[in-house]
Design a protein around this ligand. Sequence first.
Ligand code: NAG
Ligand code: NAG
Ligand code: NAG
Ligand code: NAG
Ligand code: NAG
Ligand code: NAG
Ligand code: NAG
Ligand code: NAG
Ligand code: NAG
Ligand code: NAG
Ligand code: NAG
Ligand code: NAG
Length: 453
Amino acid sequence: MTALTILSLVVSAASVVAGSFSSPPVELYSPLVAEKVLSTAQSPPSPMQYPEYTDREAGKWLYFVPDTWTTGFFPATLYALYERAELCNWGADNASQWLALGRQWSTAEVPLETNNTLEHDVGFVSFPFMDELGVDSDNQTAITAVNQFAADLAARFNPVVGCTRSWDTSDPVDFEVIIDNMMNLEVFFASAALTGNQTLIDMATSHANKTMQNHVRSDGSSFHVVEYNTTTGDVIARFTAQGYSNSSTWSRGQAWGIYGFANMYNHTKISDYLETSRRMASYFLSNLPEDGVVPWDFNAPLVPPRPADSSAAMIATNGLLLLAQQESSLSPPNTTGYNYYVESALQLLSNNTKLAWRPSWQSLLANGTVDNPEQNNLTGIVYGDYYFVRAGNELVSMNISTCSGDILSSTNGSGSPTSSGSPQASQTSDALSNRIGQLTYSGLSLLALLALA
Ligand SMILES: *[C@@H]1O[C@H](CO)[C@@H](O)[C@H](O)[C@H]1NC(C)=O
Ligand SMILES: *[C@@H]1O[C@H](CO)[C@@H](O)[C@H](O)[C@H]1NC(C)=O
Ligand SMILES: *[C@@H]1O[C@H](CO)[C@@H](O)[C@H](O)[C@H]1NC(C)=O
Ligand SMILES: *[C@@H]1O[C@H](CO)[C@@H](O)[C@H](O)[C@H]1NC(C)=O
Ligand SMILES: *[C@@H]1O[C@H](CO)[C@@H](O)[C@H](O)[C@H]1NC(C)=O
Ligand SMILES: *[C@@H]1O[C@H](CO)[C@@H](O)[C@H](O)[C@H]1NC(C)=O
Ligand SMILES: *[C@@H]1O[C@H](CO)[C@@H](O)[C@H](O)[C@H]1NC(C)=O
Ligand SMILES: *[C@@H]1O[C@H](CO)[C@@H](O)[C@H](O)[C@H]1NC(C)=O
Ligand SMILES: *[C@@H]1O[C@H](CO)[C@@H](O)[C@H](O)[C@H]1NC(C)=O
Ligand SMILES: *[C@@H]1O[C@H](CO)[C@@H](O)[C@H](O)[C@H]1NC(C)=O
Ligand SMILES: *[C@@H]1O[C@H](CO)[C@@H](O)[C@H](O)[C@H]1NC(C)=O
Ligand SMILES: *[C@@H]1O[C@H](CO)[C@@H](O)[C@H](O)[C@H]1NC(C)=O
């Protein structure tokens, strides 16, 4: 064998096994996760209300009426723990308890289908029903909910502007679209999958195209709000509602964008969306302070307590993992991109969990900023907790981590979610083949070094 042959073997082995990932934070799979969520789930208020954020001192949940944009996140967290019970072999009884709780906590959302003030947030509120369809695709309650909420969002689409309206305004000529709205497009795809209605997919694509053009700046950062003229479709103004200034980048909005465009790419394979998600990720990662703690706005002064936004960190973590999955779905798989986004997600998760994990609070995490201009900061937040749980599930279903937080593998860039069968069994065999891969890799590296010497 020539040195060149050996080198090329090393290179191909390296593309299979490319070095080891950092471990996820130990808290990610702590028994406290299930314990705290269960305790909240077992005492639903009557009449039904939903946790949104906590107070700042004791970390106790504050509850809001069902007609609130965040209502879907707690039931969706219960479905996520059902998924975890399956992924982690917690047993059939355990899994069915989580499922029953997820269903129980969804029922008070059903009347919202025909009576809500949710504006574009009908998409977020649909999450538990989309989850239900993953469990029971014939559940008529969930089918109706997804189709109704999608029709509700579709009714907010304006063909002149090319977007769904996020917020209503006193002057109907002002048409406000926020970057968060990217997340609500998912309900269009879920409904189209049920009915075959292509109009919904076209609306999603049009909305994403406009957002890509008008919200995302050339450096990959983003405006929170873009206001269009309903008559002409022209942009009237770009500004912030929840950020530091009109020209700043609000970190949660940036995180919604990373996730939202990766999701659009997953559904449409339009490469501009992949490129936009990458650019938004790049801005997010390269503008973090040295400790990796996500500030509430990238342009706000870093004076203590700055404050952080752990929810933006958790949303971005999931966005990066979804982006990594898109890189690995390319042909050939983009292993470099996959490895980079997975490792970045793991570091973001670790740095922000270290700051925000709060055992004595009802929420899993503290250090969330709901709305700093409204002076609502330093709380637990239901969507921060939801995306924290989801990150733990994703790392397991992507075969990156075990349910006890051990890194399974450096990766082969084929990290697609295990959809069926026995996840535990496939993890074990994957771990084994990766360990064999690693041994082969170090053996070949040694040979290559010897050959070059
Ligand atoms: C399910 O099992 C997990 C892991 O053992 C445990 O932490 C959790 O409390 C159980 N959940 C239920 C609903 O029994
Ligand atoms: C169908 O789904 C809804 C929520 O999506 C749930 O409340 C209900 O219990 C489910 N029905 C059955 C029969 O599983
Ligand atoms: C719509 O919901 C509100 C509560 O969010 C309730 O007060 C009102 O009675 C409902 N309207 C109808 C027609 O059901
Ligand atoms: C598709 O959805 C749009 C928006 O809700 C609706 O107007 C249209 O009637 C639907 N088309 C079909 C074939 O159901
Ligand atoms: C969105 O943009 C893509 C190209 O980036 C284009 O192929 C597609 O037709 C556009 N869709 C709509 C509805 O404007
Ligand atoms: C919207 O466009 C119309 C038509 O050009 C114009 O008359 C109106 O002043 C515009 N409104 C704003 C707020 O820019
Ligand atoms: C931010 O933009 C809005 C909308 O254009 C405007 O009303 C407001 O005055 C701007 N704020 C500052 C500080 O410039
Ligand atoms: C990607 O989209 C497909 C359908 O187009 C869907 O089945 C799959 O769940 C999506 N993946 C993710 C990670 O959202
Ligand atoms: C996490 O923080 C450490 C320092 O504690 C830093 O070296 C690392 O770069 C940070 N990670 C990210 C993604 O910022
Ligand atoms: C995190 O939250 C605690 C209080 O819960 C606060 O003392 C600390 O300053 C916060 N840190 C950041 C970076 O926001
Ligand atoms: C792989 O991903 C990285 C990071 O997103 C990107 O810079 C690079 O262009 C991608 N390579 C290919 C071949 O798509
Ligand atoms: C956080 O909120 C408090 C009020 O709850 C406010 O006084 C403070 O200015 C906010 N922090 C920052 C850095 O804006």
